[in-house]
Ligand binder design. Structure first.
Ligand code: PLP
Length: 428
């Protein structure tokens, strides 16, 4: 590959005068890896093209939504049909019921759901419901988990913040930050300590059941079950943020995989099939607190808009066991290839994955929480990232992000990844 970035460089110069940092979401700016962020203009199947005409095999997948690959023909057709009938009604429409039915049928913990426009809106609303239900103010989140960019979550918030080295964002008031308590992922004791120190003050514990925003970190042993038991014992609501894992790990998300029944669940990404969407769902008495059936206010001009509904439904309708089996087959092949490369090159890095999401941590330490993740050699990761990009493999430009395999990837794509991985690691 010739790795030309002339057009991208020019666009970045122009964009930086118009848009902060030249991008509309921070990690896209390559802050964690240096170099010129590629401006993309087209994506289809497993491929994405930059404005300098280079083709990449894409493992970002729009940061999760593209489980079918890009521009899946059935999704595009559903979108085109929906668009011809109007882009936004600002009124209830039948498709919203279908999407709600689908989500409720598949997600074990969801009995009722409210559709919103992003994952951030979903988590924000989940916490508002929890505070209203419990009449308590504080929440517990885990270091390295990202739940969107609402004030209460921007405390030790995973990839974006880790990549840019911002522990808590300026602009978040001390009062807002003080209502957010931080525990360590995989440490039930850290949660117990916070509960003991703040009796009857904690409304909810919010967690990515599998962390995807500090790389990929799996819950160990009975951590999630212990968290469920502890929260129940203290009348604290348990919120599973499945914006990334929902419909990614299985059609019932991480809650199905680990057999845990959260009180509230947040979704996004895949349920919009690439269009902006989010959802908060859970037990009926909690959900009925939302306006207009209850007093907790939440609203959205474009909520439930027919385009997001159409692409979301078309995407969810294509998810079935054989698709998840195929993703698992590709992911297992990739894992075996990466492990054998690491062995051949005597590198003791940790590859961690579940289903079709994975991360190669540049540390010899198994990564069980953010403290472990912070031991990664991010400079070496940056060199690896660029070597992979130059070989035509598009990975997230941060050590602390998951990459994703889609149903549009082929075995040949995985072979190309493994080959590029070997050569890129060898160059380090
Ligand atoms: N929660 C999790 C687990 C996420 O991964 C993200 C986004 O990456 C969000 C919430 C926020 O979603 P959005 O970017 O749609 O606001």
């Amino acid at each position: 590959m010739n790795n030309i970035t002339i057009q991208s460089e020019q666009l970045l110069l122009t964009a930086a005068e118009l848009i902060p940092g030249g991008v509309n979401s921070p990690v896209r700016a390559f802050g964690g890896v240096g170099g010129t962020p590629r401006f993309m203009y087209k994506a289809f199947g497993s491929r994405i093209w930059d404005v300098d005409g280079q083709e990449y095999i894409d493992f970002i997948g729009s940061w999760g939504p593209a489980i079918l690959g890009h521009a899946d023909p059935d999704v595009v057709q559903a979108l085109a049909r929906a668009a011809a009938d109007g882009l936004s009604f600002g009124a209830a429409s039948p498709g919203e019921i279908k999407l709600a039915q689908k989500i409720i049928k598949l997600m074990p913990g969801i009995e009722m759901v409210r559709l919103v426009n992003s994952g951030t809106e979903a988590t924000m609303t989940a916490v508002r419901i929890a505070r209203a239900w419990t009449r308590r103010n504080k929440i517990i989140k885990f270091a390295g988990c990202y739940h969107g960019h609402a004030d209460s979550f921007l405390v030790q918030a995973g990839s974006g913040a880790m990549t840019l080295g911002i522990p808590t964002s300026p602009g978040v008031t001390p009062a807002a930050a003080s209502d957010t308590l931080i525990a360590q992922f995989n440490s039930i004791d850290s949660v117990k300590e916070l509960m003991a120190a703040n009796p009857d003050q904690i409304a909810a514990v919010i967690i990515e059941p599998v962390v995807g925003n500090s790389g990929v970190i799996l819950p160990q042993n009975d951590f999630l079950q212990e968290l469920r038991d502890l929260t129940t014992q203290h009348d604290v609501l348990l919120i599973f943020d499945e914006v990334m894992t929902g419909f990614r790990l299985s059609s019932g998300g991480a809650q199905e995989v680990y057999g845990i029944d959260p009180d509230l669940t947040t979704l996004g990404k895949i349920i919009g099939g690439g269009m902006p969407v989010g959802a908060v769902g859970g037990k009926k008495p909690l959900m009925k607190l939302l306006a207009p059936s209850g007093p907790v206010y939440q609203a959205g001009t474009l909520s439930g808009n027919p385009l997001s509904i159409a692409s979301g439904l078309a995407t969810l309708n294509k998810l079935n066991d054989s698709l998840y089996d195929y993703l698992e087959k590709l992911a297992a092949k990739l894992e075996a290839g990466i492990q054998s490369n690491l062995t051949a090159l005597s590198l003791e890095f940790n590859y961690q994955r579940i289903g079709s999401m994975g991360c190669l941590f540049f540390t010899d330490r198994p990564v069980l929480n953010q403290i472990d993740a912070s031991t990664c050699d991010t400079k070496r990761f940056a060199r690896y990232f660029h070597a992979m990009l130059d070989s035509g493999i598009c990975l997230p430009p941060s050590q602390f992000e998951a990459f994703f395999i889609s149903a549009a990837h082929s075995e040949e794509d995985i072979v190309r990844f493994v080959e590029a991985n070997y050569l890129s690691l060898k160059k380090l």
